[in-house]
Design a protein around this ligand. Structure first.
Ligand code: FES
Length: 110
């Protein structure tokens, strides 16, 4: 299980959820009302699942592939701890993960 904290663009807490090991972060985010479009459904052909990972948690994730890094170069409001949510699989070892929605995220339901 991983405790996932979703922060709003301004850094305030939006939601805390417990997700099972093996779950994909984009799926968990979408199931919990986060404004991530995920246009290519995880096939690494867009960057609409861009999230900013908490600095402390970032180093505990497996590093991004070159392909992911290339896509992140095209995303808006990229930071040094940006990742694509669809490329993150939750694990028991992770225990907790805090991610923030980037500025300018396309908000589907608000
Ligand atoms: Fe398109 Fe993640 S959903 S790259």
């Amino acid at each position: 299980m991983t405790l996932v904290r979703f922060l709003k663009e301004d850094g305030s807490l939006d939601r805390e959820v417990v997700a099972a090991a093996g779950a994909n972060l984009l799926d968990v985010a979408q199931a919990n009302g986060q404004p991530l479009e995920g246009a290519c459904e995880g096939s690494m052909a867009c960057s609409t699942c861009h999230i900013i990972v908490d600095r402390d948690d970032f180093g505990r994730l497996p590093p991004a592939s070159e392909e992911e890094d290339d896509l992140l170069d095209l995303a808006a409001h990229v930071s040094r701890t940006s990742r694509l949510a669809c490329q993150i699989t939750l694990t028991n070892e992770l225990e907790q993960l805090t991610v923030r929605m980037p500025g300018g995220a396309y908000n589907l339901d608000r």
